[in-house]
Design a binder for this molecule. Structure first.
Ligand code: ARG
Length: 458
């Protein structure tokens, strides 16, 4: 006899350290609420289907309700020897109400039970994540609204490319996050399915009503194949994948925040509340939070690859390997929630050094495309216009000046198509304003973009 819920066919017990290796209670206790909710729905259904008597159902339900209260008050004493959240709760229930507690598991297995818990858990949490993404998007929109007419250098290859509206740059992240939000939202329909009643893998001989328990739990559908119901972890992979891509976006933004707050760039300053100092260098103000988020993208990817690897070689249906789905999921959830909250605060409170950005955009060659476009608009083939402009840039570099400092005579040496009005076109502000193409950086287009964003956030 092993003293376990499954101990009947065993002659001896495993040693404590072996039990400990197999136990998941250390982490799956985070599913306590979902496990109790799942059990309440299951036992209600057993009653409705007259598999258990009304008295039995009442006793079990009352016991479960008491456990729920204890769980809310953190009064449950989980034990490693009871392996996981399911067996811990069942043990507590039978200790409380007697052997009738053992009837709760009629027509159910831990395999459909654990899957049900995970579905319930993720369904709730993914909605929270979506809400946090929206808060962050709102912070981006607010900063962008303050910076529609703030000129900034736009980069490719981290080399100054063309002047842009700083709001336009910030809003790029809004749209990335919008896609993240869509992906999470989309995924809910695959999380929102009930595996409960699939049993160990083959269904059950009891006349259960899976649709009823699903409905009681607020699920929109039930798995159509009992083996699939207990074997499927796609919805967790999807969560980890959506989270990884979200973290990639956050990491990219974090990288820019870090660069922008260097002395070399000084485009922004982070609020003290989101920065840290150095224990040795008194002058330091470090963007630790942004760096941490950049770093945490790595652990989110790790969790995704981890689970994909766990799943790739296991046969149907449940295998204990699948217990490994949990820690990564909890960890990624924790990472994503923390990162989104921090980022929202960081962006909301950062100050934008508009004068530095203004200076940056006036002291460079990011208006060179304007000159080439000017010539092309006058009929010169664009390739030729590119060449002419390149020569003028080279002349400037040799003289240590910028395009706007050239005299019209110097310009006309390269092409007589260049006339005095070229100087209007070369002003960075004009370069930005004139980009009226849909989705371009022109102020009017950026305003339209902000309007659309605000509608999406309503
Ligand atoms: N703790 C287990 C897990 O997380 C629960 C399911 C156990 N099922 C079983 N047949 N051993 O996967």
């Amino acid at each position: 006899m092993s003293g376990k819920a499954w101990g009947g066919r065993f002659q001896k017990s495993a040693e404590a350290w072996v039990d400990e290796f197999g136990a998941s209670i250390g982490f799956d206790q985070q599913l306590v609420t979902e496990d109790i909710e799942g059990s309440i729905a299951h036992v209600t259904m057993l009653g409705a289907c007259e598999i258990l008597t009304a008295d039995e159902v009442k006793t079990i339900k009352d016991g479960l309700e008491q456990l729920k209260i204890k769980a809310e008050n953190n009064e449950l004493d989980f034990k490693v020897e009871n392996e996981d959240i399911h067996l811990n709760l069942e043990k507590m229930l039978t200790d409380m109400i007697g052997p009738v507690g053992g009837k709760l598991h009629t027509g159910r297995s831990r395999n459909d039970q654990v899957a049900t818990d995970m579905h319930l858990f993720l369904k709730k949490r993914v909605k929270e994540v979506i809400g946090l993404i929206e808060n962050f998007q709102q912070a981006i929109v607010t900063q962008a609204e303050d910076n529609v007419e703030t000129l900034a250098p736009g980069y490719t290859h981290l080399q100054r490319a063309q002047p842009i509206s700083f709001a336009h740059h910030l809003m790029t992240y809004f749209w990335m996050l919008e896609r993240d939000k869509q992906r999470f939202t989309e995924s809910v329909k695959r999380i929102d399915i009930s595996p409960l009643g699939a049993g160990a893998l083959a269904g059950t001989t009891f006349p259960i009503d899976r649709e009823l328990s699903a409905e009681l739990l607020g699920f929109s559908a039930v798995y159509q194949n009992s083996i699939d119901a207990v074997s499927d972890r796609d919805f967790i992979v999807e969560f980890l994948s959506n989270s990884s891509l979200l973290m990639a976006h956050l990491s990219r933004f974090a990288e820019e925040i870090i660069i922008w707050s260097t002395d070399e760039f000084k485009f922004i300053e982070l609020d003290d509340a989101f920065s840290t100092g150095s224990s040795i260098m008194p002058q330091k103000k470090n963007p630790d939070m942004a760096e941490l988020i950049r770093g945490k993208a790595g652990r989110a990817y790790g969790n995704l690859i981890g689970l994909l690897t766990v799943l790739k070689g296991i046969p149907l249906a449940y295998n204990k390997d699948m217990q490994e789905d949990k820690e990564g999921m909890f960890d990624t959830l924790h990472t994503v929630v923390g990162s989104l909250k921090i980022f929202e605060g960081m962006v909301r409170t950062m100050s934008v050094n508009k004068d530095v950005l203004h200076k940056a955009v006036h002291n460079d060659f990011s208006n060179a495309t304007e000159l080439a476009d000017y010539l092309a608009a006058k009929g010169m083939p664009f390739r030729e216009a590119h060449e002419v402009t390149g020569k003028l840039v080279f002349t400037c570099i040799q003289k240590g000046i910028y395009l706007l400092d050239l005299s019209i005579e110097e310009m006309q040496k390269e092409s007589t198509l260049l006339e005095a009005d070229v100087f209007d076109v070369l002003a960075p502000e004009a370069a930005v304003k004139r980009r009226h193409s849909l989705g371009g950086t022109g102020f009017d287009q950026v305003k339209i973009q902000l309007q659309k964003a605000n509608e999406l956030l309503k």
